[in-house]
Design a protein around this ligand. Structure first.
Ligand code: CP
Length: 299
């Protein structure tokens, strides 16, 4: 078994379910009563791309379990003098980090670095490929809501092609017994549709799903695309009118950051059916589960 946490696709279904069970345990504990199982451990947050939720919730998770946290500051680091990523991570290991939480723009960075490092790596978002801690918190949000993930039907909307959040969910959902409908324009769909996912018409599928997962539109990655925000919202976004077609118990999700009025109507972000801020809350419990798992294997 790998010492790293780099992709949900690499984990067995029992391991994923055990991580969710542990997140559930942390959810029910008051932070003041928690056993500080990571006391004397040091976790380095190494973000080569911007982040609010992932970085801060990994920090919160580590501190709740008693660990110390180093937040690597890219803009004032020796990377600016040309130091490589590998040398940077080796340095953080040498200085005493027990785990390295890394975000990077390279889709394959964990395959390259994983075998070379001693400290466990945690994928906090890799290019357009995987965002496994987000995938786990999305699963945990569904589990908290419906009591299970098996048998759920979710629709993923918007810029699926460039989303590492969708990348993780598309690879893992069918193994967990979920049905995934991809609802977007051809230019926003992945070039290959992963096994277990189907492309469907948004307005047709909305009355059937348990959850709608909206994604941040990454217009900056669509060279030559001639589509305004208004056109995108009208054709492919979750509009107020579309949301009325959802079942009464269905929920709205979004990994954030959100382009309000583009992939989702402003009014829906905090609507009663939205779980967007609960997803952020859940991120802390799930990341506690991940950090404990990688640092206490065998205990
Ligand atoms: N959802 C997510 O990854 O948010 P951040 O980019 O703020 O970490």
């Amino acid at each position: 078994m790998s010492k790293h946490f780099t992709a949900l696709a690499e984990l067995s279904v029992p391991t994923i379910m055990a991580l969710l069970d542990r997140a559930q345990y942390f959810f029910h504990q008051s932070p003041s009563n928690l056993h500080k199982v990571l006391e004397h451990k040091v976790i380095a947050n190494v973000f080569f791309e911007p982040s609010t939720r992932t970085r801060i919730s990994f920090e919160m998770a580590a501190k709740r379990l008693g660990a110390d946290v180093i937040n690597f500051d890219l803009s004032n680091s020796s990377v600016k003098k040309g130091e490589s990523l590998y040398d940077t991570l080796r340095t953080l290991e040498a200085i005493g980090s027990d785990a390295l939480v890394l975000r990077h723009s390279d889709d394959r960075i964990f395959e390259t670095l994983g075998p070379k490092l001693n400290a466990p790596l945690v994928n906090a978002g890799a290019g357009k490929n995987e965002h496994p801690s987000q995938g786990l918190l999305d699963l945990f949000t569904l589990q908290r809501e419906f009591g299970r993930v098996d048998g759920l039907h979710i629709a993923i909307l918007g810029d699926i092609r460039h989303s590492r959040v969708a990348g993780t969910m598309m690879l893992v959902a069918s193994r967990l017994g979920m049905k995934v409908s991809l609802c977007s324009a051809k230019e926003f769909l992945p070039s290959e549709i992963p096994q277990g996912c189907v492309v469907e018409e948004l307005d047709k599928v909305l009355p059937e799903v348990d959850a709608v997962m909206c994604l941040r539109n990454q217009f900056e990655r669509h060279e030559g695309l001639d589509m305004s925000y208004e056109d995108f919202h009208r054709n492919w976004g979750l509009t107020v009118e579309r949301a009325k077609k959802m079942r009464p118990r269905a929920i709205i999700m979004h990994p954030a950051p959100i382009n309000r009025g583009v992939e989702i109507a402003d009014e829906l972000v905090e609507a009663p059916s939205s779980r967007i801020f609960r997803q952020m809350e859940n991120g802390v419990f799930v990341r506690m589960s991940i950090l404990e798992w990688i640092l206490r294997k065998g205990n």
